[in-house]
Design a protein around this ligand. Structure first.
Ligand SMILES: CC(C)(COP(=O)(O)OP(=O)(O)OC[C@H]1O[C@@H](n2cnc3c(N)ncnc32)[C@H](O)[C@@H]1OP(=O)(O)O)[C@@H](O)C(=O)NCCC(=O)NCCS
Length: 166
């Protein structure tokens, strides 16, 4: 099953033709403010990112593009289990769409994989992501300083986890 339908969204595997829509997200300075890379400066950067997403092995990856009304607006899932990742274009923030997408990929990950918990690594300044993860039931497990460098800026991490439901 390579597709998940939720109330408003279709989550499906990425394909090469998603390049323009994903570049619109990954080149957006607001969307990528606390992302693991600087905003993509060229479609080539997004193409490499997309190729890695498409090629990721199904035993360790369960990642989806997020479609709203037939248009790709972001991604949600696990590029490498058990760590969750999500990003939506800011035009669609604040409508519960990330909650809808993340809830679906989490339920599927627990159903398909034996992971005892799912994890997240978030910049402590990323209030939207921390709020979403808290709403999903994740709890903080630790913090670390200067975990990755974006351009000239060192960023910190909050680590979170969601245990497999009993
Ligand atoms: C994080 C992100 C996916 C949230 O998307 P969204 O569709 O706006 O989120 P939702 O509308 O589904 O919100 C669900 C819950 O998340 C929390 N939340 C969302 N935005 C928030 C904000 N700006 N501040 C605090 N909490 C927020 C709230 O608890 C919200 O529930 P509520 O509306 O009932 O209060 C979006 O902001 C995004 O793409 N950010 C950039 C990418 C990113 O940083 N990804 C994570 C990297 S670790």
């Amino acid at each position: 099953m390579d597709e998940i339908l939720t109330r408003r969204l279709r989550l499906r595997r990425a394909q090469p033709s998603d390049l323009d829509a994903l570049h619109a997200v990954l080149s957006h300075p607001t969307a990528t403010r606390y992302w693991s890379t600087l905003p993509h400066a060229t479609p080539g950067q997004t193409q490499a990112w997309l190729a890695a997403m498409i090629a990721a092995p199904s035993e360790s990856s369960d990642d989806f593009v997020v479609e709203l009304e037939g248009r790709v607006i972001g991604k949600a899932g696990f590029y490498r289990l058990p760590e969750i990742g999500f990003i939506l274009h800011p035009d669609h923030w604040g409508r519960g769409l990330a909650l809808e997408a993340a809830s679906a990929v989490i339920a599927r990950a627990f159903a398909r994989f034996e992971a005892p918990e799912l994890t997240a690594d978030v910049d402590p300044r990323n209030q939207a992501s921390l709020g979403l993860l808290t709403r999903l039931g994740f709890h903080e497990t630790g913090r670390a300083e200067r975990t990755f460098q974006l351009g000239d800026e060192w960023c910190d991490s909050v680590y979170l986890a969601l245990k497999r439901p009993a």
